[in-house]
Design a protein around this ligand. Structure first.
Ligand SMILES: Cc1cc2nc3c(=O)[nH]c(=O)nc-3n(C[C@H](O)[C@H](O)[C@H](O)COP(=O)(O)OP(=O)(O)OC[C@H]3O[C@@H](n4cnc5c(N)ncnc54)[C@H](O)[C@@H]3O)c2cc1C
Length: 402
């Protein structure tokens, strides 16, 4: 490497998490930050295919808190990051059947506490029908509504965050793969990385490498149980919705009763989740979705959005995200001094990336986690050690599907 062979921090991975981390580290005063992405920025990993759904509702309190700290960043993007992340406020609904109505009330109360007044409420089904006439509520017993929920465009967001990072002084290397995290003093301290184009010496290496996990640190005994999982989305045009003036008649929605999720795209398209094969090998192209996968997803979505039965399929996406055993990320220092992990976001890392980067940066810049400090306590559930100590994250008020 000729231009920069010395840095104060190397961030590995140019998805939404790496982009935000590089930005925040530079803003926090880390002088020479290098972001290494093995492909083009936000073009290879989960961020490049993500549906970008933004919601606060979760079944784990810390997830809710991270989402609640992140939503204002998407809402005020032009002012706080610069550029456009494509945020659209469509409203968000979490729908459940009768057996989970109580859990829904409990999770909604957590959102209300974390996000403040006006951010959510349990809505009667007649109100839901009035707000979103394109929905059918057959089999639904309870609904939590978030008026500010919706979606953003993850590729635009990651690129805008990287542009802001460059403005803050971050050096971005595209097409540079990190092979190995280097250490000194019997593997006690990080000294840099070995890449496809040379070495960069640095006392801090942050692995934000998504489904690729901790490969570059594997020789240091940093083993994270991350598997690469294929996730699918399909897009359909809904002629009936398109003819209606004003906002789309369906919101961004997760429906626990059918195991489906979807969001409008403009006024006449719908993106919907397509369950797909669980684990796949890295290093191969991600196979496009098949007709069978799409038709079974359509069957579930049609129970909520009857208009999809006459919809035209207009595209699909399939991408990889890194999944951990409890479907929550690993965030925190691990292995030798100077090695920090922020990966394994398990299909949900877009909406929390701004808060994760803020909190991780505070922790990195201040040194090790400070016990009792409320902000850092928020990251405590996500430590790598939980897989060895039997303290995996368990939803406090779970639904049938998470
Ligand atoms: C189809 C789909 C739909 C989704 N929908 C939603 C949603 O609606 N809402 C939501 O919140 N989340 C959603 N997600 C999940 C979310 O997109 C991811 O959790 C998030 O984008 C993860 O970001 P990341 O930066 O950790 O990983 P990635 O975006 O995967 O970025 C990691 C990057 O690291 C690079 N890299 C890896 N190893 C190396 C190396 N050794 N050297 C250099 N570069 C390396 C990779 O090339 C990659 O670009 C979805 C995901 C998919 C696939």
């Amino acid at each position: 490497m000729s231009r920069i062979d010395t840095a104060d921090a190397v961030v590995v991975g140019g998805g939404i998490v790496g982009a935000f981390l590089a930005l925040r580290l530079a803003e926090a005063g880390v002088r020479r930050v290098v972001l290494c992405e093995q492909a083009r920025l936000a073009s290879h990993g989960a961020t490049s295919r993500s549906g970008g759904l933004l919601r606060l509702h979760h079944t784990v309190r810390s997830d809710t808190e991270l989402a609640a700290r992140s939503l204002p960043v998407f809402e005020q993007w032009a002012d706080v990051i610069g550029g456009d992340c494509g945020y659209r406020r469509t409203g968000f609904l979490q729908l459940v059947g009768p057996e989970y109505a109580q859990a829904l009330a409990a999770n909604t109360a957590v959102v209300a506490t974390a996000a403040g007044p006006g951010r959510t409420e349990v809505l009667g089904l007649d109100d839901v029908r009035r707000l979103y006439p394109g929905l059918s509520l057959d089999g639904v017993a309870a609904a939590a509504h978030e008026p500010d929920g919706g979606y953003a465009d993850p590729v635009r967001a990651a690129r805008a965050a990287t542009t802001a990072a460059r403005r803050a002084g971050v050096e971005v290397y595209e097409g540079v793969r990190v092979h190995e995290v280097l250490t000194a003093s019997s593997q006690q301290r990080v000294t840099g990385v070995k890449t496809t184009v040379g070495r960069i010496s640095a006392p801090l290496v942050v692995l934000a490498s998504g489904a690729w996990g901790t490969g570059p640190a594997a020789g240091l005994g940093v083993q994270v149980p991350v598997t690469a999982r294929r996730i699918g989305l399909a897009q359909a045009r809904l002629p009936d919705v398109g003819r209606r003036a004003g906002p789309a008649s369906v919101p961004t929605c997760i429906d626990d009763t059918t195991g489906s999720y979807f969001r409008p795209d403009g006024t006449d398209h719908l993106y919907f989740g397509v369950p797909s094969h669980p684990d796949v090998a890295l290093g191969h192209d991600v196979a496009p979705l098949t007709a069978e996968e799409i038709s079974s997803a359509l069957e579930a979505v049609a129970r909520r959005v009857p208009a999809v039965t006459t919809a035209h399929l207009t595209g699909t996406r399939a991408g990889l995200d890194g999944y951990t055993p409890d479907k929550r990320p690993v965030i925190g220092a691990a292995g030798p001094d100077g090695c920090y992990l922020a990966l394994g976001f398990s299909g949900g890392g877009f909406k929390t990336a701004p808060a994760v980067a803020d909190l991780a940066t505070a922790e990195i810049v201040e040194g090790q986690a400070v016990a009792g400090k409320a902000e850092q306590d928020l990251l405590r559930p996500y430590r790598l050690e939980r897989f060895d100590t039997g303290r995996q994250i368990v939803p406090e008020a779970p639904y049938a599907r998470g």
